[in-house]
Design a binder for this molecule. Structure first.
Ligand code: 2AM
Ligand code: CA
Ligand code: CA
Ligand code: CA
Length: 286
């Protein structure tokens, strides 16, 4: 079924209201105690609230749209199975993006939810209930923060850029040198580096022109589905780290205010990785 046959106005209005309602859980719980468990490692946290918000979102959406499918972080973790993205309308859900921030009461945390139909992202919503920032986009209709149109940055020079990265994965030993090598390259040239702790919100900061770029290689579809649509609709560029097409199900993300700066970053990352490889070789030979 083509997207024309879908009532996207209704999908959008329904999910926006449901997201705002469900986010009350986050707003009310962020300052209090939480049951904290770990998943893949000490850095990979989950609380009872992550599961609760996902359950509220999926039960609300599945009652209203019984034929729709879901890919939600906590359901995938529980079942230990990542479903394939099909042509069916599929809600891609991160109930709390920025769980570590949420655990620490650091106010950058949000619900991120996107709808894909025929594998194309149609709706993206990122809502931070603590700072009351509601980012929304629909394919072909622009991107908005609290109802006001947003545009990504037109800065084309790396030297004038604020670059956001995901640093938490540097806890993983196998990829630490690659991440630190890229970080060194960014630090050496950019105006500044930021690591906000929520992929979805960081993508939205690029969408609103508050930062020039966001990069990470280690995310999952629910981290980036909504935010990448929001950036594209704000006039930005989303590609994979090698400069190829961005794929929501295997997200290596380079999300940039404009295409010219994106190409500069692809070159810089290649250069940084080559240096890291040389260091690896030298340490094996030593
Ligand atoms: P999460 O809070 O939903 O887990 C934190 O640096 C950013 O990376 C967040 O967007 C976080 O999403 C994401 N992330 C994804 N997988 C992660 C993991 N295993 N450990 C830490 N952060 C992870
Ligand atoms: Ca998580
Ligand atoms: Ca996430
Ligand atoms: Ca999450």
């Amino acid at each position: 079924m083509g997207s024309q046959q879908h009532d996207l106005n209704h999908y959008f209005d329904f999910v926006m209201k449901l997201t705002i309602d469900s986010a009350k859980v986050i707003r009310e719980a962020i300052q209090g105690g939480k049951n904290i468990e770990t998943k893949a490692g000490d850095w990979d946290l989950v609380t009872q609230y992550d599961r609760k918000v996902e359950e509220i979102l999926i039960s609300g959406l599945s009652k209203e749209f019984p034929t729709h499918k879901f890919i939600g972080e906590e359901t995938v973790s529980t079942n230990n199975h990542l479903p394939e993205l099909t042509n069916a309308p599929t809600w891609i859900i991160d109930p709390i993006d920025g769980t570590t921030n949420f655990v620490h009461s650091f106010p950058h945390t949000c619900i991120s939810i996107a709808l894909a139909i025929n594998k194309e992202l149609e709706i993206g919503i990122v809502y931070n209930p603590v700072l009351e920032q509601l980012f929304t986009a629909r394919k072909g209709r622009g991107a908005f923060l609290n109802g006001k149109s947003i545009r990504s940055s037109s800065v084309e020079e790396l030297a004038n850029s604020l670059i956001c990265i995901e640093a938490s994965y540097a806890t993983i030993e196998d990829i630490r040198d690659i991440i630190l090598g890229r970080l060194e390259a960014f630090v050496s040239i950019a105006h500044g580096i930021r690591t906000l702790g929520s992929a979805a919100l960081t993508l939205c900061h690029v969408a609103m022109g508050a930062a020039e770029a966001y990069h990470t290689d280690n995310l999952m579809p629910w981290d980036v589905a909504a935010g990448t649509l929001i950036i594209k609709e704000a006039g930005g560029c989303v590609i994979d780290t090698n400069g190829g097409n961005f794929e929501v199900m295997s997200p290596k993300v380079l999300a940039v205010g404009n295409r010219k700066l994106a190409q500069e970053l692809v070159k810089l990352i290649k250069h940084a990785d080559a240096r890291t490889q040389q260091k690896r070789l030298r340490s094996i030979q030593a």
